[in-house]
Design a protein around this ligand. Structure first.
Ligand code: NDP
Length: 435
């Protein structure tokens, strides 16, 4: 706490890992007296820089840019860039710390990193976003590269932003390499990357349900968020026979008792990806649905909850409501959406609960597959990538079961993910000496 003042999100993420990993270290001599966890919470380096750019009125604007290079024991730093007004050092350190464990779980050779800016893309023109991205990359390009650090998208950074960032990197460095993932298909992107996080969240939920002899068919699903992760979680859950009844954004949520089918989801994507407007527009086109301003999806009865918006969006009260309404499975799509108190409620009720670092790892895993394709200079088919994604999610689930199964048979996915993620990074750090 003394070394990281005013960083509540970072401390929350570290505490959650410490609570499960310290007892494991105490039982395993190999990991003792090496200061492994102490080394993992200290970033390799953090770069903070000014991003000055000119808006459409000719006015100069200033934002702050960050890149947290957390841990490179098992591969180049890898993790998204977030453009959102709430971005600060605490948020990015928590995300980079989580990313190290998540990337380890994927079994692919990727270290942990995260970055971004307090820039708010909302209400900005395409040209303003481009100017901002160019200024951001003008500085960031000194610190990233295909063998050093490979950023990707996150909140507020989608295909448009990745394209502008890639264009600027290429112009300055005069090299066409896989420095970013989430690229468009015409310049080195991977099929299934846009879908991967959301699909992976649902594949993971499927594996969890299987441990109790259940599946997604005819299940009622509540989703939060309406961005990249939420959209493809809705698509996959619907394809597998579930009925998704809610989606949300920062203004509130919509409830559609008939289910958000493929046609309605396409409209939602149009609203959010092209018009970049509020979710309440959905009920204008589909008046059977209802919009609840300032409220959260969790008040609606559901069998499965998929939080896919942002950190700490699901608190103890929400968790109690979900459990009381019969929810049996929570698979996190966002990073750290459930508060520690909410997780305690899920564990106490013995329902299936997976932390984002396990269930949302499909996105970065597919970014890893994009890096492989870039190195090989070829593109795999959608079927090939989806098959690999499914296998990776199954393996992550198996790792969680291996390290997280309690004496009474209950699977603590938080404990499982933390320990499995820790072991690979710790082994690599031990082998590489004290550096
Ligand atoms: P997007 O920017 O595409 O979407 C974010 C969504 O969350 C938007 O619908 C946004 O609403 C909503 N939102 C933001 N803040 C709040 C809030 N306080 N309350 C309710 N809703 C809110 O981001 P992504 O879908 O990419 O990311 C969502 C989460 O998933 C993040 O936690 C991210 O770190 C995590 N993640 C993303 C991965 C990826 O591949 N994209 C990979 C792994 C994790 P509005 O439209 O109003 O802004």
């Amino acid at each position: 706490t003394l070394r990281n003042p005013n960083e509540p999100e970072f401390l929350q993420a570290v505490l959650e890992v410490a609570e499960t990993v310290i007892p494991f270290i105490e039982k395993n001599k190999k990991y003792q007296n090496q200061m492994l966890l102490e080394r993992m919470v200290e970033a390799d380096r953090i770069i903070i820089f000014r991003v000055a750019w000119i808006d459409d009125k000719g006015q100069t604007q200033v934002n702050r840019g960050f890149r947290v290079q957390m841990n490179s024991a098992i591969g180049p730093y890898k993790g998204g860039l977030r453009f959102h007004p709430t971005v600060n050092l605490s948020v990015l350190k928590f995300l980079a710390f989580e990313q190290t464990f998540k990337n380890s779980l994927t079994t692919l050779p990727m270290g942990g990193g995260k970055g971004g800016s307090d820039f708010d893309p909302k209400g900005k023109s395409d040209i303003e976003v481009m100017r901002f991205c160019q200024s951001f990359m003008t500085e960031l390009c000194k610190y990233v590269g295909a063998y050093t650090d490979v950023p990707a998208g996150d909140m507020g950074v989608g295909a448009r932003e990745v394209g502008y960032l890639f264009g600027q990197y290429k112009k300055i460095r005069n090299e066409f390499t896989g420095v970013l993932t989430g690229k468009g298909m015409s310049y080195g992107g991977s099929l299934i990357r846009p879908e991967a996080t959301g699909y992976g969240v649902v594949y993971f939920a499927q594996s969890m349900l299987e441990t109790r002899g259940m599946d997604l068919k005819d299940k009622i699903v509540a989703v939060s968020g309406s961005g990249n992760v939420a959209q493809y979680a809705v698509e996959k859950a619907t394809q597998l026979g579930a009925k998704v009844v809610t989606m949300s954004d920062s203004t509130g949520y919509i409830y559609d008792a008939d289910g958000i089918d493929a046609e309605k989801l396409a409209y939602m994507m149009h609203l959010k990806n092209e018009l970049r407007t509020k979710i309440s527009e959905y009920v204008v086109k589909y008046p059977n649905a209802k919009f609840y301003e300032g409220a959260k999806s969790w008040e609606q009865p559901c069998d499965i909850a998929l939080p896919c918006a942002t950190q700490n969006e699901l608190n103890a009260e929400d968790a109690q409501t979900l459990v009381a309404n019969g929810c049996v499975c929570v698979s996190e799509g966002a990073n750290m959406p459930s508060t520690p108190e909410a997780i305690a409620v899920f564990h106490k009720a013995r329902i299936l609960f997976s932390p984002g670092k396990a269930s949302n790892a499909g996105g970065v895993a597919t970014s890893g597959l994009e890096m492989s394709q870039n190195s090989l200079r070829l593109s795999w088919t959608a079927e090939e990538v989806d098959k690999k994604l499914k296998t990776i999610m199954l393996n992550i689930h198996a790792s969680c079961v291996q390290y997280g199964t309690e004496e009474d048979g209950y699977i603590d996915y938080v404990k499982g993910a933390n320990i499995a993620g820790f072991v690979k990074v710790a082994d690599a750090m031990l082998a590489q000496g004290v550096v």
